[in-house]
Design a protein around this ligand. Structure first.
Ligand SMILES: Nc1nc2c(ncn2[C@@H]2O[C@H](COP(=O)(O)OP(=O)(O)OP(=O)(O)O)[C@@H](O)[C@H]2O)c(=O)[nH]1
Ligand SMILES: [Mg+2]
Length: 342
């Protein structure tokens, strides 16, 4: 596998509920929440991912699909991806798998953190098995911890933002945005693509998020143009400039490398997505990302993802099913740069 990350860092052992690093990586209980850590947690590489984005930007559907992709990656490379605590399986089934894969519908908006039915208080925790860690040259347990968030809570920050503190300790903050919610993009594409109704301006959510982040925050920042299928569909707008751009099958955004992560390809995609954003007149958004996170490819990277692979049909997914596109990339970026060898 050609995953050639240029900078390898070693993953620390974090508390899965707060994302804070454990002062004793061999502890059996979290010093932050006084709960027993999952089995095998001692000195494990714990890759903690926090989703971010406005309402309806596609976070929950992405998680629903990501868990299936992780399992498929395990099948491909010969390891098993298993829920690592008692409730992950049940919470995944109820909130993600059943609505999406059994009822073949969409998901209701994630309830606000303060509501009684909020299911995102605890993250989803999966054991990826024992793997060679190229950053420490030893075999280690790898876990992935995924936190969903209600877009509503990021669009209107609570007075006390301490419950969003986990963002400060995430290995990666994955910021999804619906391209059609960037005002300039929306104007540009008016008439080409049907507009989704819900959801706020990603720039505002980004601003709010930076209010939550400490100045010394070290999380990697993945920025994904979600629902990329909507942009790909422009290929069929005859004689348009976009038909040419999206019809360019030589570009990185037109091919999915699946589980074979290649850091050079990811960097190429980064620059292509940046150019797409500038082409779409979203330079202000690009400048905001650069202001906040610097132009550091190892810290901040663009992605293009589509959880469904095609626009939904009313309140259901297409009869042809779900065909995720480039959804593993943002996760592989951090996993492989931590020296994960499947
Ligand atoms: N075309 C397309 N639409 C998508 C895709 N993923 C999500 N959507 C649409 O976006 C809507 C919102 O998706 P969710 O995953 O529920 O959004 P969310 O970010 O979790 O929203 P909140 O929970 O309110 O924060 C879905 O109901 C779909 O209509 C995709 O890959 N392609
Ligand atoms: Mg949601």
């Amino acid at each position: 596998m050609n995953n050639n990350p240029t900078l390898l860092t070693s993953a620390v052992t974090r508390c899965p509920w707060t994302f804070k690093p454990l002062s004793d990586p061999n502890a059996e209980r979290s010093e932050y929440v006084d709960r027993d850590l999952p089995r095998g947690w001692q000195n494990a590489a714990t890759v903690c991912i926090a989703l971010a984005g406005a309402r309806a930007s596609g976070k929950s559907l992405y998680i629903g699909v990501l868990v299936k992709l992780l399992q498929q990656m395990g099948e491909e490379f010969g390891f098993v991806v298993e829920p690592a605590d008692e409730t992950t399986q049940e919470r995944y089934e109820t909130n993600y798998e059943t609505p999406l894969f059994e009822e073949r519908g969409l998901m209701p908006p994630t309830p606000s953190y303060s509501s009684s039915d909020a299911y995102q208080h605890d993250p989803l925790i999966y054991h990826l098995g024992v793997h060679f860690d190229r950053s420490t040259n030893e075999n280690r347990n790898f876990f992935i911890v995924i936190r969903d968030v209600a877009g509503e809570d990021l669009e209107n920050l609570p007075e006390d933002t301490s419950r969003l503190d986990f963002f400060n300790y995430a290995d990666e903050i994955l910021f999804l945005f619906d391209p059609l919610k960037v005002p300039q993009i929306k104007n540009y594409l008016k008439g080409f693509i049907s507009e989704s109704a819900l959801g706020g301006d990603p720039s505002k959510v980004l601003q709010n998020l930076t209010r939550v982040l400490n100045v010394d925050n070290h999380s990697r920042f993945g920025i994904a143009l979600s629902k990329f299928d909507t942009l790909q569909s422009l290929e069929s707008v005859e004689n348009s400039e976009w038909a040419q751009i999206m019809g360019n099958y030589g570009s990185a955004y037109r091919r999915d490398n699946g589980f074979n992560y290649d850091d050079h390809d990811s960097q190429l995609l980064h620059y292509e997505v940046e150019s797409l954003l500038i082409k779409l007149d979203a330079k202000t958004l690009v400048n905001s990302f650069n202001n906040y996170f610097g132009r550091n490819l190892h810290r901040c990277r663009y992605f293009a993802t589509s959880a469904l692979g095609a626009p939904p049909k009313g309140s259901h997914i297409q009869e042809t099913g779900i065909a995720p596109y480039r959804c593993m990339d943002p996760i592989s970026w951090v996993l492989f740069n931590y020296g994960f060898t499947p």
